[in-house]
Design a binder for this molecule. Structure first.
Ligand code: ZN
Length: 285
């Protein structure tokens, strides 16, 4: 059993109006992009696995995922590629005990959920925002897992704040999550090598939130230098660049291209080459 989440934006109208005014020979050139756009918007988020749940639980889970998708869209833009959302029942002491993304073929996100919890507990849980945020960027490889997890960890709170479900302010949340892990970065080793090692050692909170500091830093630079924010930039990135990028070098080049600045390549280079203690303050303010 699968269901679709209604979409909020439809560029097909514009395409049809343009194509109607063109001669057939020219229209043929538009056939492929037109079908691609239709397929993408109509099937952008499809939910699988609902048949494993009871009637009122199905409604609750659909409404949770709809809220999660809409909140993510409001913060990071409309994703240009379709994503399948899979649900699996699991008894736990929390609504979403486990979730992960898969990148083979079309992207998919898999949620193990305990549907005995109510909609409020689901909506206030960070997991759906974190997993959906991952899909704003392509798969970056195991070497840059700290970057990918740092990005999703930073973005989960941006999405929750925008949707008005974040407890406390963004600054308070980042401070509470990042501060306990700053000690790992008080080092002459590079920040990227430390984050990689933390990930390899399965010190996930330290790796994730140490990585999220990259995006706190980038967001501050964007506000100061470009009068924009990281979420605003990622929204533009979905429109121009997401489908053509395949690795971190592509992503960095695209983001710098939008800005007409080397902000991301310079920051990443500093993460790979200067002592971490020069980038990470001892106290997070
Ligand atoms: Zn993650």
């Amino acid at each position: 059993m699968s269901t679709q989440i209604p979409y909020v934006y439809n560029p097909i109208m514009t395409y049809s109006l343009i194509s109607k005014t063109l001669k057939l020979s020219i229209c043929i050139l538009f056939v492929i992009p037109l079908f691609r756009v239709m397929a993408v918007t109509e099937n952008q988020f499809r939910v699988h696995g609902l048949s494993a749940f009871k009637g009122e639980q199905v409604e609750m889970l659909e409404s949770w995922l709809t809220q999660g998708v809409n909140a993510t869209r409001a913060t990071l833009g409309i994703y240009p590629t379709p994503i399948a959302l899979h649900l699996y029942p699991r008894k736990s002491n929390q609504p979403v005990p486990w979730a992960y993304t898969r990148r083979d073929g079309k992207g998919s996100v898999h949620f193990h959920v305990d549907a005995r919890f109510g909609i409020t507990k689901f909506v206030n849980d960070w997991t759906v925002y974190h997993e959906l945020a991952h899909m704003a960027l392509p798969y970056l490889g195991s070497e840059y897992r700290w970057f990918s997890e740092g990005f999703a960890s930073f973005m989960q709170y941006q999405i929750m704040a925008q949707a008005d479900v974040l407890k406390g302010t963004l600054d308070e949340r980042y401070q509470a999550k990042i501060s306990p892990h700053l000690r790992w970065f008080n080092s002459d080793l590079t920040a990227a090598s430390i984050a990689r090692r933390l990930m390899d050692n399965k010190q996930y909170p330290a790796a994730y939130w140490g990585g999220a500091y990259f995006f706190v830093y980038a967001d501050q630079l964007l506000i100061q230098k470009h009068n924009t924010t990281l979420t605003e930039l990622i929204t533009h990135y979905q429109d121009c660049c997401r489908t053509k990028d395949n690795n971190l070098a592509d992503v960095v080049a695209s983001l710098d291209g939008i800005l007409d600045d080397e902000l991301f390549s310079r920051l990443l280079k500093r993460y790979e080459s200067v002592p971490a203690r020069k980038l990470y303050s001892e106290n997070f303010e």
